[in-house]
Design a protein around this ligand. Sequence first.
Ligand code: KG4
Ligand code: ZN
Length: 397
Amino acid sequence: MSTGLILGIESSCDETAAAVVRAGRDVLSNVVSSQVDLHALYGGVVPELASREHLRNIVPVVREAMRTSNATYADLDAIAVTAGPGLTGALLVGISFAKSLSFGLGKPLLAINHLEGHIHAALLQSTEIAANELTLALVVSGGHTHLYLASQHNGAWHYRNIGRTVDDAAGEAYDKVAKLLGLPYPGGPWIDRLSAFGNPEAVRFHFTTIDRGTPDQPTFDFSFSGIKTAVLRYVETHNMRAAATARHAALSALTSLAPNSSNAASMPSSSLSPPTASGSATRPTLDDARALCDTQTLNLIASFQHAVVGNLVRQTLRAAEHTGARHLIISGGVASNRALRQRFTEAAQHRNLTVAFPPPALSTDNAAMIAAAAWPRFLAGDFAPTTLNATPQLRLG
Ligand code: KG4
Ligand code: ZN
């Protein structure tokens, strides 16, 4: 008899995650072991270290997800795992473990696209998006800035990609600009919070319109490498380099890696938020960072964020208008940004659109979204073969 319980496993980048979700809706457990402290020491994700940490964490993370769900392995209907896109070595850890569990338990295996997972993180909470209604989903993270037209027919979801970044992802731009200004990795949460202390209109940034489509079938593309270069030029021409280097040194001196931070025993549910980060690693606080930023730097940070969020909102609304979609889903790591949520909410209200965001803890990488996306595939019997392999460049739609 079906229990509706799916164990999801996610290891595509730098979070080892497992979750048990019932019928694609009720999150019984959600465990995320972040490697962010480790990679922060190198200013970005180091693929070899990521695979090694996933190997170390996968067993305790899955055990913890099962324990806190109060379900037994026998209760599970299926095992779902991220098959791509992501880092090959990182993906392989989750896939190998999921395949072994599926084989050992005699339960079906489901292969899930990480981007579909991000979309389902928002659907987990949304009650407004009905079947057969056209929905526009913006997945905006460290690796992706993609717009999809999504619709549900006979329970199954279908996606069509109608826009993407032609260079950097929005989260990547956040991280690179933060690095340039001497702020810790990942930079998104720091820029999010420091923006509140600057003038968003102080520096004007411009985006060129990119469209790879045809008049009949336009695309709604993004480009974030230009603004990154514009920030770099601003820093150079305003002699802000030395201060950024000093800021980096001062914030690094306040950072230490906890001896057990690579162990799932210290398991922050999300360690991306600087002022509230848990775990025993020492991190600078928002006040530390703010005290090290002069007004010019705070203005630059606020202006960068204002421009990026404005561009994401404008392109998404253009796409909604053109396609007639009445519902928006905004997900991925950058969707935890407070200004982005506020501006999308206001813009949607203004145009009579609904907008759904995942709760902030489910915006960044997690396995509840993988288990949720797996449910319609489980119902359709869309199982993965035991030969399932990692697909680092897996596309959606
Ligand atoms: O979805 P995610 O956890 O991993 C990927 O699939 O990439 O997204 C991580 C990205 C990073 O670039 C990080 O800086 C960004 O999301 N991010 C944010 C915020 N929180 C995370 N960007 C802006 N504002 C935030 N509050
Ligand atoms: Zn992601």
